[in-house]
Ligand binder design. Structure first.
Ligand code: AMP
Ligand code: MN
Ligand code: MN
Ligand code: MN
Length: 298
C-alpha cells in the first residue's frame, strides 16, 4: 500500500462515516497523508484537520466539485484549497442549490416506477440535507428491498434513461477550475475511467481541461481497472498533467478500497503530492515518521 489517500467522503456529503471517524479509520489503516474531498461542501474540513493532527497524520483540505461538460457529469477534485476562500464557498453554494428540487423530481420518477416514499427515505440517509444525492436514494432503495446493493440500484434506477434519473446542470468546467485556483488549490479530474466518453472525447476533455489551467488527473482510484491505471498513466504523462491517487472511499460496506491508502503502483507522470509540496520520504528504520509538509504549504 502507498499510505496516501487524496480522495474520500464523509457524512458531510454521501459518505457514511463522520469526518472524525473517517480520519481515525484512515490513521488506523496506516495513512500518512489524507485529503477529505466531500462533494460540493467544505463543512467537514475543520474537524478532519484537527483529527488528523491528533493522529499525527498529514492533512490536505479538499473538495469534489460536480461539473457538467458537454452531455456528461464530471467530478473535479480540488486539493490543497483554503476553506476560507469566499470565491470557492460562493461557487459551491450555487452548485448545491439545485439539489433539493432535483431530489423531488427524482422521487417523482421513482414513485412512477413503483418506489414510494423515496424523498423522505433518502433524506433520512442524508446527514447534510443540502447535499442530498443519488447515493442517499440508493441506500433507501436497497433498504426497501428493491435491489441487492447500491450498484444494482444505480444500474436499474439512477443512471441516464432510468426512472429516477434527472438531468442536472452543475458547475461549468472553467468555473470549477477557477474556484479551486482562487482557493490556492490544484484541480484534478476525478476517476476519468468512469466517464462515458470515447477515446476522442477523452482527448478533447484533457485538451480543454489543460487549456483552462487544469492541473492533473486521478490515475489510481478504486473505480479504475488495471487497464485504466495503465491508460491514464500514459495520458497524464502525455498531456503534462499531474497524477493523483485516492480511494474514493464512501462507506465500509460500499467501498472495496479502504480509506487511507492506494495500491503502490508506479506513476508515470509527476505525482500531485510533489506539486503540493508534501514531503513524503520513507521513514528510516527505527525512526519516527519523516513526514512533514514543506514550510508554508499544505
Ligand atoms: P449525485 O452527486 O447526486 O449525482 O451522486 C453521485 C454519487 O453517487 C457519486 O459520488 C457516487 O458516490 C454515487 N454513484 C454514482 N454512480 C454510482 C454507481 N454506479 N454505483 C454506486 N454508486 C454510484
Ligand atoms: Mn459520492
Ligand atoms: Mn466522484
Ligand atoms: Mn468521490
Amino acid at each position: 500500500m502507498r499510505p496516501i489517500d487524496l480522495h474520500c467522503h464523509s457524512t458531510v456529503s454521501d459518505g457514511m462515516l463522520p469526518p472524525a471517524e473517517l480520519v481515525a479509520r484512515a490513521a488506523g489503516n496506516g495513512c500518512r497523508w489524507l485529503a477529505l474531498t466531500d462533494h460540493d461542501d467544505l463543512d467537514g474540513l475543520d474537524v478532519a484537520a484537527r483529527t488528523a493532527a491528533e493522529h499525527g497524520i498529514g492533512f490536505v483540505p479538499g473538495v469534489e466539485v460536480s461539473v457538467s461538460w458537454q452531455d456528461v457529469t464530471l467530478h473535479i477534485v480540488g486539493l490543497g484549497i483554503d476553506p476560507a476562500c469566499t470565491t470557492l464557498q460562493r461557487g459551491l453554494e450555487h452548485v448545491r442549490s439545485g439539489r433539493a428540487e432535483r431530489a423531488e423530481q427524482m422521487a417523482a420518477g421513482l414513485a412512477r416506477a413503483g418506489i414510494g416514499g423515496a424523498l423522505q427515505g433518502a433524506y433520512r440517509y442524508a446527514s447534510n440535507a443540502a447535499l442530498i444525492s443519488r447515493a442517499h436514494f440508493a441506500r433507501y432503495i436497497v433498504e426497501q428491498g428493491h435491489a441487492r446493493d447500491t450498484s444494482a440500484v444505480f444500474k436499474r434506477y439512477l443512471v441516464k434513461g432510468k426512472p429516477g434519473y434527472v438531468r442536472h446542470e452543475w458547475a461549468s468546467l472553467g468555473d470549477a477550475i477557477e474556484w479551486i485556483h482562487a482557493a490556492g488549490g490544484v484541480a484534478i479530474i476525478a476517476h476519468p475511467g468512469r466517464y462515458r466518453v470515447s477515446v476522442y472525447g477523452m482527448h478533447d476533455l484533457l485538451r480543454e481541461f489543460r487549456g483552462l489551467g487544469g492541473d492533473g488527473i486521478e490515475v489510481i482510484t478504486s473505480s479504475h481497472s488495471t487497464e485504466d491505471y495503465r491508460r491514464f498513466n500514459v495520458l497524464a504523462q502525455e498531456a503534462g498533467l499531474l497524477a493523483s491517487v485516492g480511494s474514493d472511499f464512501h462507506a465500509p460496506e460500499e467501498s472495496w478500497m479502504d480509506v487511507g491508502g492506494v495500491p503502490d503502483l508506479p506513476l508515470a507522470a509527476t505525482p500531485v503530492w510533489e506539486a503540493l509540496g508534501l514531503r513524503w520520504d520513507p521513514a528510516p528504520a527505527g525512526a519516527g515518521s519523516s513526514l512533514e509538509a514543506v514550510a508554508g504549504s499544505a
